[in-house]
Design a protein around this ligand. Structure first.
Ligand code: GLV
Ligand code: MN
Ligand code: MN
Length: 409
């Protein structure tokens, strides 16, 4: 079986961390200058490992094995949130790279084919899970035309500035692959809580994002009597509190919802806001339940419009990703490898974060491995995982990949 090199893995993770390092965290949003620098660095590391590597026309770094036979595809992402941790996504990409290097060093595995991908924009600077959706054929040109970042810069302009416009985009050829595998930090508290070092993911939640718009009348904050106001900000606050009430009484035990952004226009202390927006994101593994939650938001919009005096509307969803189950057969390989290297210290668990694997699961058998997140913190600069757990996770992952390719054809 392959033996991974923990020092080499940690060294490369630390080097990748320097691209956009900010305190303990990283700011490396997709297609930014520093993100592109890191992608070029990754292409070189993949080439050193013997892969045919390049950045494709959407920004994904793709390293293709030259070995014959069915390949296993490993991936995750190296872009970050606006205030990102150093391991969210990068861990899985570097596990892929280290797996390829370890395979090349063992007689038993050196002829096995493993491709590695760093999918662009998992974090949704322009369009959530963009690279894996493109690869799997789950996004259309019109959606790409409409995608822009929080400052209004379009995805098309960002691709042009990055020199990627018009380049070839990788697409999944399912016949090439035996499976897709992704490793990731847990980003939640459960492995630590249960004193386990490895999580074998059973399924991944779906995610819905809505933007709600409030249209009132901008006016003077001193001279306009309360009864005459059409205050978009006040309507937003009432709506937000109704969402929390209604969702709390209809959601499932694992449903989560977040009002993550609020914007008031023009946003000045002495002006009654004329327009306002909020984003509402909700997640659950049960698509039917999420449909019901979506219907409840529409009921609330009708309720607010009936009361007035502000007009409320739902803007088309920026993105939406379906929940997915992980492949049961692949989970058995991960469990066996976890039991070999960490007897009794692993558990099966669902993922409450979204991942590229849920897109890949629509076209290939797919599975995921988790390692613990210290204090359950992620999407924050404090995000961390013990070095021992990082190294253990990679060994378990490489072992499982080897078993799948050696036995599972
Ligand atoms: C992924 O980054 C998520 O928000 O779940
Ligand atoms: Mn993330
Ligand atoms: Mn991630």
């Amino acid at each position: 079986m392959p033996v991974i090199n923990g020092d080499r893995l940690l060294r490369d993770l630390e080097t990748l961390r320097t691209f956009g390092k900010c305190g303990n965290g990283v700011v490396r949003q997709s297609l930014s200058e520093v993100d592109m620098e890191s992608r070029r660095w990754l292409v070189e590391r993949m080439a050193d490992a013997g892969l045919d590597a390049r950045i494709d026309g959407i920004g994904t770094v793709f390293g293709r094995s030259r070995n014959p036979g069915k390949a296993l595809l490993v991936g995750s992402h190296t872009d970050t949130q606006p205030t990102g941790g150093w391991l969210d996504g990068t861990l899985g990409v570097m596990y892929g790279l280290e797996t390829v290097r370890a395979f090349a060093e063992s007689r038993e595995t050196r002829d096995l084919a493993v491709d590695v991908a760093s999918w662009i924009d998992e974090e949704g600077t322009f369009f959530g899970l963009l690279g894996s959706k493109m690869f799997c054929g789950l996004v259309g040109e019109a959606e790409l035309d409409g995608a822009s970042d929080a400052g209004g810069r379009t995805l098309r302009a960002a691709l042009r500035d990055a020199g990627l416009e018009g380049s070839f985009v990788e697409r999944c050829v399912p016949d090439r692959y035996r499976a897709y595998m992704e490793a990731h930090i847990e980003q939640g508290p459960w492995l630590e809580e249960e004193k386990r070092r490895i999580g074998v993911v059973t399924g991944i939640v779906g995610i819905r994002s809505l933007s709600i718009r409030f249209e009132g009348q901008q006016n003077h904050a001193g001279t306009t009597p309360m009864a005459r106001r059409r205050d978009a900000g006040a309507a937003l606050v009432t709506f937000a509190s109704r969402v929390h009430e209604v969702f709390a009484s209809h959601a499932g035990p694992r449903s989560v919802w977040t009002i993550g952004t609020i914007r008031l226009e023009p946003g000045a202390a002495s002006i009654i806001p004329g327009r306002a927006w909020l984003t509402l994101q909700f997640r659950d593994a049960d698509e039917a339940l999420m449909d019901r939650l979506g219907d409840l938001v529409e009921d609330l919009v009708r309720e607010c419009n009936a009361c007035g005096p502000v007009t409320v509307s739902i803007e088309p969803a920026k993105d939406r990703t379906a929940a997915a189950l992980m492949d049961a057969g692949l989970q058995r390989y991960l469990e066996a490898a976890a039991e070999r290297h960490a007897p009794g210290a692993w558990m099966a668990m669902p993922s409450a974060a979204v991942h590229d694997a849920q897109n890949l699961a629509q076209v290939l058998p797919s599975a995921m491995l988790f390692v613990p997140s210290k204090d359950g913190i992620s999407h924050a600069f404090e995000e961390d995982t013990s070095r021992e757990d990082i190294v253990l996770g990679c060994q378990v992952f490489a072992d499982a990949v080897a078993s799948i390719l050696l036995e599972g054809t």
